[in-house]
Design a protein around this ligand. Sequence first.
Ligand code: FE2
Length: 481
Amino acid sequence: MTTHRAAFDPTRVAQLSGRFAPVTEEVDAVDLEVTGTLPDSLDGLYLRNGPNPRFTPIGSFLYPLDGDGMLHGVWMSEGRARYRNCFVRTPGVLAEEKAGHALWGGLESMVMPTADQVGPDLAGTFKDLPDINVVRHAGRLLALAESACPFRIGPGLETVGKETFDGALPAGITAHPKVDPVTGEMAVFHYDVEPPWLTWSLIDRTGRVTVGPTPVPGVDEPLMIHDMALTARYVVLVLAPAFFDLTAALHGGSLIDWRPESGTRIALVPRDGGPVRWAAGEAFWMWHTVNAYDDPAGPGAVLDYVQWPRLGLGGPPAPDGDRSAPGAQRGLARAVVDPVTGRIARTLLDDAKVEFPRVDERRIGRRHRRIAVAAVSGDADGLLPGEFDSVRWYDADRPDAPPAVWRGENLSLGEPSFAAEPGRDGEDEGYWLMFATDRADGGSSLLVIPAQDPASGPVARLRVPVRVPLGLHGVWLPTQE
Ligand SMILES: [Fe+2]
């Protein structure tokens, strides 16, 4: 296809400029300069992914989905650190490197290369976009894409190839799989623009797919679901009314049609294969879950998440103006999902502008106490959408208590990830790690914030020799698990 968005100008895309601007340099640096003291107990790799188009995009650019993946890794051991960044070298990136320029357009442009340009295998295909997240499971390190095949990554961050889980999940998986810390199982879902619209699967701790793609009944249109949650009983899927509209996208409109009148539904999919249970309510959008657990008071689930009034993703505004649903304020929220009454009881826990919520991953699927989020303090001028300048930590057991807050002053901060102190299981026994970029000089560093007293700020700042563009999701991968 050769449909072009005539008006596309990459220099006008906020998330291609300034602190979001992609980098092309791939760097390997040892003995990073440390300000403060890097704790000896941190032994492992902090790895973060994010959109970083290899060449200037053509056709369109839809943040945060478009863009090639770039991995930024910081290895820590014995109080010292080294850094490396690498592109995720998909066949599409390799073909573009051979051509010396972009061959695929962004998701909304539908520009795809011809066989003359890339050969018969890649001609007319969508580009792989493993630029969102990273997970390690059953010995596989994966760069994750939005509902597509992830790419296997080697120990030096080299790209090994597309991962189909021995052919059992050929259509791919979510960018936000959830690993049950008790059973070692990884739960995933996949949505598509053709039937079956939405499926879920389970991969056991050895990497074997034990439940292959299983359609979720009651879904008969293509819709976008970015994240999921897991409890001991259920795979939890939040179905907001964000429907794909490929026809509109082909004619210069938005890829996503937000239809608040359809409300938001939550599916509780029994992990043991029983009938899917549902609850529904007024429309809200959710990019990210915090965590979920089985409701101790009933057969449902408790889901903490970051709530948005609607999905806004590129494209022109909806013709009828702001189609936000009432009662769906932005902020950290809790939903109690009751499949008996079919209702979702939602509570806003904090109306601050927050995103990138994380917990100690050893609490996934079980009741958590500590929640960390990136936040907008309101004190900094000139932050772009998707840019944060503070971190907030909540105690879920004390929802009325104010969160601990650390403001990065001149720093723009990424998603916090928890690194547990080896041999300890407390949710505050360890460190919170995140990349930061100084808005004054553009320099980047990795921050190490003690979980016991996070409001006191970093105990160590590891200077990274290149700018790390503001990006998406990261993970701490301890050497010893
Ligand atoms: Fe995400």
